[in-house]
Design a protein around this ligand. Sequence first.
Ligand SMILES: C[S@@+](CC[C@H](N)C(=O)[O-])C[C@H]1O[C@@H](n2cnc3c(N)ncnc32)[C@H](O)[C@@H]1O
Length: 439
Amino acid sequence: MKNGIKKTQHSNYQNEKSKENKLVKETNESLTDNPMNGLPKGHYRFFVGCNLNFETELVKELREASPFFLELDGRRHQHLLNFEVQQGGVEFTAPLHIGLQVNFFSKLANRVLVRCAQKRIKDFPAFYQWIQKQRKQGLLQSFSADHRFCFEVSASQSRLNHEKRLIEIMEEHFKRDDEAEQKIFLRVFNDDAILSIDSTGLLLHKRSQKEVGKAPLRETLAAFCFRKIMGDRNPSEIKEIVLVDPMCGSGTLLKEAANYLQPQLDREYSFLKWHQCPKILKSPSLAGNYEKFPSLFLGLRGFDIENSVLKIAHENLVPQSDVKVNQGLKTDLSVILTKMDLKNPFSEEDKAKFLGNPIWIMCNVPYGERIQTDLNINEIVQRISGKFKPIRMGLLMSDKQWGELESSVKKGIESETVFSNGGLKVHWVVWDYFFSDFR
Ligand SMILES: C[S@@+](CC[C@H](N)C(=O)[O-])C[C@H]1O[C@@H](n2cnc3c(N)ncnc32)[C@H](O)[C@@H]1O
C-alpha cells in the first residue's frame, strides 16, 4: 500500500506505537543531564556524516527524501526537519524512528550518529563521572554489561587532549573490541565532549549485492555526481531523456541514477539490533509501505570497451526480478549494456538503436593512472560529443585532465565540484550543451 497499511497491520502498529512511545518516554526521562535535553520529548539529535563539500547537497537530499519516511503508524512523515550544515555532515533533531530512516534513504551519507550526550569537561575525574553516568542512561543503558563496542575517539584543542587516557576511562564502562560492529564515538574539541552512538554499522556506501569492477567509483561519490547532473530539474522534466555512461565500468553511476530516492533495505544496520529500534523499521512488510518513486529516465545505456566489466554492470543493474522487488529497485526501467570502443564511430544500425532521444552523459573517465586509455581528455570529450550529441554532460576527471580541458570548454559550465576520489583530487563538471563550446 502506498500511504498507509492494511487494517490488520494497523492495530499492530498502534500497539507498537504505544509501546514505542512508552519506551521513548522512559529513555527520554532518564536523559536527565543530557545537554540535548532542550529537545522535544522523544526527540534525538542526529549527525549525518558525508564527504567534505557534499554537505549542502546532503541537506537537499534529506529535504527531498524525508517526506518519504514513515511514521510509526505507517503513514508518510509530514513535518519539516531543520537541517544544520556542519563541516563533513549535517545535524538535525527528530524522533528516533524518523532520524534512523536516513540510513535507508541517503545515498550521500557515510553514516548516521545519534548524539547521546554533550558536555563541557575540563578534567579527567569529571570525564570519568560523565561517562559512568552516560553508560546507565539513554540509548546506551539497554546494552548489556558484556556488549562489545568499537571506539572512535578524537580529542583536539582541549584540556582532555590525551586520547589514550580517554580510551582507558571509556574501557572501564564499555567493553572494548576493535572488531565489534557497534561503534561509539567520542569527540572532544575545545573542551566540549560529545558522545554518540553509530546507528549505521558498515558504511552507507556499501549498497547491497554490489559487484565491483576495475577502479569502481564509490557509490556515495556516484550519487553526488548524479544529483549534480539532475540539478534542480523536476523528475517530470526528464522522462524523455536517455542517460548514457559511455565508459560505464561496473555501472555505478547508472545504478545510483536508477535507485534515486529508493530506500536501501536489504543490508544490515546496527540500529536494527537496538532494544529501542522502532518495530516498524524491522517489519518484513516495511518495503511495501514505502511509496515507490517512479523511474526518472526513459532508459539507461552503458557502454564499455571491456566485456568483463559489462558483465559486472549487468549483475548490478539488471538483477533478477525477485531481487529487484526485494531491493526496491525499479522494474520498469530499460537498461541496455553494450560493448563499444569510444574511438569507433557508430554504425547506422547502432545509430538507430542508441540515438533518437535526447541524451544526457554521465562519465567517470579513465584518469590514465590505474586505468589506462589511449585517448586524452580532449579526445574523450570530442568522441562523446560527436557520437552521442548530448544535451547535457557530466564528467568526472582528474585535476590534471581538468587542467588540460578547462580553457577550451569554459562556456556552458553549470556546476563544478572538487572532491577526493580515493585520495586523488577530482573534478565533477556539468555542462549544459545549449550554452557550451562543443555543440
Ligand atoms: C574509471 S573506469 C569507470 C569506472 C566506473 N565508473 C565504475 O564505477 O565501475 C573507466 C572505464 O573506461 C573504460 N574504457 C577505457 N577506454 C575505453 C574506450 N576507448 N572505450 C570505451 N570504454 C573505455 C574502461 O574499461 C573502464 O571500465
